[in-house]
Design a protein around this ligand. Structure first.
Ligand SMILES: C[S@@+](CC[C@H](N)C(=O)[O-])C[C@H]1O[C@@H](n2cnc3c(N)ncnc32)[C@H](O)[C@@H]1O
Length: 229
């Protein structure tokens, strides 16, 4: 299943009361949401061919980087008091941005919320370059997988083989957890100053991963989600 089919399945199962996405582009992922939604992108390029509003009661699109957005908005007023049940992280594909996006989305969520992080499984090391490329660019988003395993063992992580470049599902969120923020300089120095050739770091990561199949994994339906706040 590709990542859009997986997102559709997440929306249908969870039935989020509010959805937030970082990185909207032409609106293909945003169109899958049926609930009140917040979309953040410094260069949204919403296509007239995509019905992004659909049946959503409301939709707020912010022309902003995610960092600037979270520095200047509060969850209660932005989400009209609704709990953030699902956030999709698909913005700037560099690890420093992704970690900040995770921290901010978790801060806006609740313990029963879900984060979905796109592009965690590049098909080849050249997809994972830190410098953007015109097609198939996953950047070093993959680094969020070992990062969360090491620094946030309290999180429930599920790595899925969604085509073409994987998805990480993050649950058991803790809005008050500051570990990633406190350790951010140390975490980034560990990655960005790593003397090993970057290509071999990516190859080693990919060789060690055994993602679950999207065909056999399903999120718990909303009605069964005892933690839903
Ligand atoms: C891969 S596209 C998103 C695709 C979209 N989620 C979809 O599936 O239809 C990545 C988007 O991230 C946006 N972006 C780049 N830097 C960003 C940042 N710092 N904060 C938020 N979004 C960013 C880009 O403008 C681009 O539109």
């Amino acid at each position: 299943m590709n990542h859009y089919a997986l997102l559709r399945q997440l929306h249908e199962s969870i039935q989020p009361r509010a959805y937030l996405e970082i990185g909207t582009s032409r609106g293909a992922s945003l169109a899958l949401a049926a609930c009140p939604s917040v979309a953040i992108d410094p260069r949204p390029d919403l296509s007239p061919k995509v019905d992004v509003l659909g049946i959503k009661p409301w939709l707020k699109v912010y022309r902003s980087t995610s960092d600037d957005f979270f520095a200047s908005h509060e969850p209660a007023s932005t989400l009209d008091g609704l709990p953030l049940d699902l956030a999709f992280i698909d913005g700037m594909h560099r690890i420093e941005n992704v970690i900040r996006d995770v921290v901010n989305c978790e801060r806006w969520s609740h313990s029963g919320g879900i984060l979905a992080i796109h592009d965690v499984l590049p098909q080849a090391p050249d997809w994972a370059s830190r410098e953007p490329r015109p097609r198939n660019w996953t950047g070093d988003v993959w680094r969020v997988v070992p990062c969360l395993r090491r620094h946030r063992p309290d999180l429930d992580l599920t790595l899925l083989d969604a085509a073409p470049s994987g998805m990480l599902i993050v649950r058991n969120l803790d809005a008050g957890n500051r570990v990633l923020l406190d350790r951010l300089p140390e975490i980034l120095a560990g990655y960005l100053d790593d003397p090993r050739p970057y290509q071999s770091q990516v190859e080693e990561f990919l060789a060690g991963e055994h993602p679950r199949s999207t065909e056999t994994w399903a999120p718990a339906p909303a009605a069964d989600s005892a933690q839903r706040g």
